[in-house]
Design a protein around this ligand. Structure first.
Ligand SMILES: Cc1ncc(C[n+]2csc(CCOP(=O)(O)OP(=O)(O)O)c2C)c(N)n1
Ligand code: SF4
Ligand SMILES: [Mg+2]
Length: 283
């Protein structure tokens, strides 16, 4: 049986504002799932809370619309319990880098085999426009009416320094490139992070499709994706948002490590601690 886009799309019409960048991410994800012929019954979409976290409503795979900032721990737990299924996690910049920032560090360390797509609109949109950890300091909102008081975080730099094993950036104004990036992220064995510049047309007029387009630069074909320092240099080149795959590293996944631990814990394994010996320690 061949799956078509209809098998992944739910009957719920996306409730995003017309022109929201998140539509492009949904389109890119649905077509990638179709290209990969993922079994919808073996696929789960996990999200946090935010406009960008509404994905589970719009897809007909399994879904978990979890808690603000907690998409990653839910996804990691699910992937550890059911390593046979495809786990895709989505959310926003507030969800992922503010309240959930801590989980991003530890997901990177664990390297679960999941794809994490963050739609960065540099604002808390669902709660009607407060500045987020990625907001530029010219974004004036109700919670910072005079000026920004905090520095911005750089999500790509965070990922590179946390040793995230796949790091890429896309733009919701370029669905073809976004599709190719999501495909590579889903093919990657380990924790793949896709940072998507995805404008909010309602609450952030500083980051628009046009303003992003002016600064977009696709990564050159000769960029060495295994060179973390080369990735860091791209991040800091002033005036540009580089798009494409920035960094990729092959290393054991969380599941492979857990399998090793499980085999060592087996009574027959030479390194395994025997249950009887353990009990004796307390006698
Ligand atoms: C524990 C908790 N804290 C705060 C909130 C309120 N809240 C819901 S969404 C959100 C921010 C959403 O921003 P972001 O993650 O960037 O998603 P966007 O709406 O911009 O796509 C906040 C603060 C909540 N639902 N739960
Ligand atoms: S408020 Fe912004 S992020 Fe939310 S649906 Fe509307 S345009 Fe999209
Ligand atoms: Mg946001």
């Amino acid at each position: 049986m061949e799956y078509t886009l209809k098998d992944y799309k739910s009957s719920t019409k996306p409730s995003w504002c017309p022109g929201c960048g998140d539509f492009a991410v949904l389109a890119a994800l649905l077509t990638t799932m179709t290209d990969l012929q993922l079994d919808p019954d073996d696929t789960a979409i996990v999200s946090g809370i935010g406009c960008s976290s509404r994905f589970p409503f719009f897809t007909s795979t399994y879904g978990f619309h979890s808690i603000h900032g907690r998409a990653l721990p839910v996804a990691i737990g699910l992937s550890a319990a059911r390593p046979d299924i495809n786990v895709i996690t989505l959310g926003g910049d507030g969800d992922g880098f503010s309240i959930g920032g801590n989980h991003f560090i530890h997901a990177s360390r664990k390297n679960p085999d999941i794809t994490y797509i963050v739609m960065d609109n540099e604002i808390y949109a669902l709660t009607k426009g407060q500045n987020s950890p990625t907001s530029h300091d010219n974004v004036i909102t109700k919670v910072n009416p005079y000026q920004a008081v905090e520095e911005r975080v750089n999500p790509i730099m965070m990922a590179l320094s946390f040793e995230t094993s796949f790091v890429a950036r896309g733009f919701s104004g370029d669905i073809a490139q976004l599709k190719s990036i999501i495909r590579q992220a889903m093919d990657h064995k380990g924790f793949s992070f896709v940072h998507v510049l995805s404008p909010c047309v309602q609450y952030n007029d500083k980051i628009t499709f046009d303003s992003i387009k002016e600064h977009i630069k696709p990564i050159a074909d000769d960029h060495d994706v295994t060179d973390r320092m080369a990735g860091m240099k791209l991040v800091f080149e002033p005036g540009y948002y580089y798009t494409g795959v920035i960094y990729k590293q092959e290393r054991p996944t969380l599941q492979e490590k857990l399998d090793e631990v499980q085999s060592k814990a087996h009574p027959g394994h030479p390194e395994g601690q025997q249950v009887e010996e353990l009990i004796q320690q307390f006698m």
